[in-house]
Design a protein. Structure first.
Length: 407
């Protein structure tokens, strides 16, 4: 993988690694600011959590339109600058003793919008920075950033909050955007096709590409179902381990670490696995491995619980790399931003629905049946892909000519 991280892609990769690491700190620190500094209620915490997701659902399709019309490099720079100012306002307000929950709400929403634009732009830029034959490895490297940040970030965040207090730990994230913006400034962005007239731009363009392609259609349906089921399962694993299996918080931390470490390890083997078994079967195997977590959890046996977390972490990467690569390869270049944003809207929308449903179902029918439903949902997502052309897809297919006319 290392040799792929070179040239202009190296600059993008470094910038995204730095900003993702900083964002992992804020993911922990911002809720702690609300709880510890502002003594937020449960309702206020729920609102803060919802507002971090809302931009992806409300502005997702619009973000794709904007990204396809603007310079990707400028999007990366200005979103970094915007997040620097927004997050920097939190420790500044805390120092002046004027910080409020309303300010945290505004920061959560506005940084969410900027992150949406930045993530869409970075994923859209990757195919223009690496040859088609290196796209799989480039996506593995990009996912390595996210996995490293999500694995190491919470531990670092906890230490920083302990030493600096929560508001001032966010300074680390703000500073990361200075580095990211500087690195993005030096990216030489390849020329893009001229933007289409506004009269030809439709919010539905990305959705029409996803559901109009014989490979992308089952892929997005499968991914959305699996994402919803996975988000339903996620919040309940900790509850199940503590309340049903009576495991210690230390064991919960160990299981989460096992998941993160496995996800990081998976990025180093994902592209080789795709070449060995085929891109379609790599996706199928990844979803299957991720779905085993719920099954092994029910055994109650420590080695199998940890094995489930490891398999889930590896599986997440094994299906993440091929789905990204297929989307980037099959979407028309002038619509890639809208396709990426539409995908994120559907998948994150599924995650939001799954997370909301988990609490409702667990209260109504208890934790065990809800976990069973979540596991069945992941397997249902797998079946959608099994009974589709994805099952026999070995190499990256050529883009369908019809896709070029979608607007």
């Amino acid at each position: 993988m290392a040799w792929v991280v070179r040239g202009e892609f190296r600059k993008l990769w470094v910038g995204q690694l730095v900003s993702a690491s900083g964002s992992a700190v804020t993911t922990v620190a911002l809720p702690l600011v609300a709880v510890v500094t502002l003594q937020a209620s449960a309702v206020e915490m729920g609102a803060l959590s919802a507002l971090t997701i809302a931009p992806h659902l409300v502005f997702g399709l619009l973000a794709g339109v904007w990204v396809d019309r603007w310079s990707l490099r400028r999007v990366l720079i200005w979103t970094d600058v915007g997040r620097l100012l927004l997050l920097g306002s939190v420790p500044a307000a805390a120092a002046l003793d004027v910080l409020s929950i309303e300010q945290l709400y505004a920061v959560a929403v506005l940084t969410g919008v900027l992150t949406l634009l930045s993530d869409t732009a970075s994923q859209t830029m990757i195919p223009s920075l690496v040859p088609r034959e290196d796209l799989m490895r480039a996506n593995s490297a990009a996912l390595l950033n996210l996995n490293l940040a999500s694995t190491v970030g919470p531990s670092v965040a906890g230490f920083l909050v302990q030493v600096l207090t929560a508001p001032f730990a966010i300074v680390i994230d703000a500073a990361s955007y200075v580095v990211s913006a500087a690195v993005s400034y030096f990216i030489r962005e390849p020329a893009r096709a001229p933007a289409r007239p506004r009269s030809e731009v439709r919010l539905s363009a990305g959705l029409r590409v996803l559901f109009g392609d014989r490979m992308l259609r089952p892929l997005v349906v499968s991914a959305a179902i699996a994402a919803m089921a996975g988000a339903m399962q996620g919040p309940l694993i900790v509850l199940f381990l503590i309340r049903e299996l009576h495991r210690s918080p230390a064991f919960v931390g160990l299981s989460m670490t096992a998941f993160g470490a496995a996800a990081v390890a998976g990025t180093f083997v994902a592209s080789a696995w795709c070449r060995r078994v085929g891109i379609g079967r790599s996706y199928l195997s990844g979803v299957f491995l991720a779905s085993l977590n719920g099954v092994l959890l029910f055994t109650g046996r420590t080695p199998l619980i940890l094995l489930g977390q490891v398999l889930s972490g590896i599986g997440m990467t094994l299906f993440g790399v091929p789905q990204r690569t297929l989307r980037q390869s099959l979407a028309p270049p002038h619509l890639l931003g809208q396709v990426t944003a539409s995908w994120r809207t559907l998948v994150i929308g599924g995650q939001a629905a799954g997370a909301a449903a988990s609490g409702v179902l667990a209260t109504a029918i208890h934790i065990r049946p809800t976990l069973l439903i979540a596991t069945a949902g992941m397997l249902a997502g797998l079946l959608v892909a099994v009974f589709s052309p994805l099952r026999g897809l070995r190499d990256l297919p050529e883009r369908e000519p019809a896709g070029r006319s979608v607007a």
